[in-house]
Design a protein around this ligand. Structure first.
Ligand SMILES: [Zn+2]
Length: 290
């Protein structure tokens, strides 16, 4: 196969145009439309809980939301990270990185919790069981009087099974009517690879047309999110640096609300399953190691 210089130059030309438009968009257009984007933010929020699986999820996936909320003095932001992210044996370092990252994003360090539970180990091939998460999530929701809870959706943005596990647990809590009705629950929408990496910042327009709730960052917000990711030193390898440039999740988050069950049938069904599988292993609560 011979090298075709014209095709190569064409690709370089298109890539240059793409980068130039992206830079112009990032610097100017987002601010122009920011008022429009704000109309789709979740209203009435005072006490917000983000439930993640690993240190770095907060800025890799939820950055635009946290940065936007941190600007509102009426909103208290809490972060519950269910594991140390110890897959490569660097859990203690990653826990510290989480604190530094949250500080950069504007989260008060006293509002961060990172668990080290035996049954919630960082592993992309392991689906965590709802019974190992349910009590601690409910405890945080009730103790902190949370009115808005946000987590991953059923694909978990990247397909990571730990992310998906959290959604499964919270969906089950909702189905069993164990989340207080005063707490609204939202899942972060996963999108196709094309929207995630190719459309990049331009996915904001598509998101506006297709989603009910969204948070968008401007260049200041993007810089904050990138600086937060930089303190995840153990994770900041070359492909994550590329991710921080091209990913849609640095520019926009969109959410779908998980409705509370209201029908009597749902309630009675919930009653039948209330002790299974969410709380079938009471002794497992002793697994917390710190
Ligand atoms: Zn993760």
């Amino acid at each position: 196969m011979s090298f075709d210089l014209n095709i190569f130059l064409g690709i370089v030309y298109l890539a240059t145009i793409y980068v130039a438009i992206t830079i112009v968009y990032a610097l100017v257009v987002t601010d122009f439309f920011m008022r429009m984007w704000k109309s789709k933010q979740i209203s009435g929020m005072k006490r917000f809980l983000l439930v993640t699986a690993h240190p770095d999820d907060e800025c890799m996936f939820f950055g635009p939301t946290i940065v936007s909320l941190a600007k509102n003095p009426d909103v208290r932001i809490y972060v519950l990270c269910l594991s140390l992210g110890d897959y490569e044996g660097m859990g203690n370092l990653r826990k510290l990185e989480l604190w530094h990252s949250c500080k950069k994003l504007g989260v008060n360090e006293s509002n961060i919790t990172c668990l080290n539970y035996q049954h919630l180990r960082d592993n992309p091939k392991i689906l965590w069981q709802p019974c190992h998460m349910a009590k601690v999530i409910l405890h945080h929701v009730n103790m902190l009087d949370i009115d808005t809870l946000i987590t991953f959706d059923g694909y978990g943005v990247s397909g990571h099974l730990n992310h998906i596990s959290i959604y499964n647990c919270i969906a089950e809590l909702m189905q069993n009517r164990l989340i207080p009705p005063t707490c609204r629950v939202f899942s972060l929408e996963s999108v196709s690879w094309f929207r995630k990496f190719i459309l990049g910042v331009f996915d904001v327009y598509l998101s506006y047309m297709t989603s009910t709730f969204m948070y968008v960052t401007n260049e200041v917000g993007r810089s904050l999110i990138r600086s937060a990711m930089e303190v995840h030193v153990t994770q900041y390898v070359w492909y994550r640096k590329l991710y921080m440039v091209f990913s849609r999740y640095i520019n926009v988050n969109t959410f779908r609300e998980i409705p509370h069950q209201t029908s009597p049938e749902a309630g009675s069904a919930a009653g039948r399953h209330r002790k299974f599988p969410l709380f079938r292993r009471n002794s497992s609560q002793r697994q917390k190691t710190e």
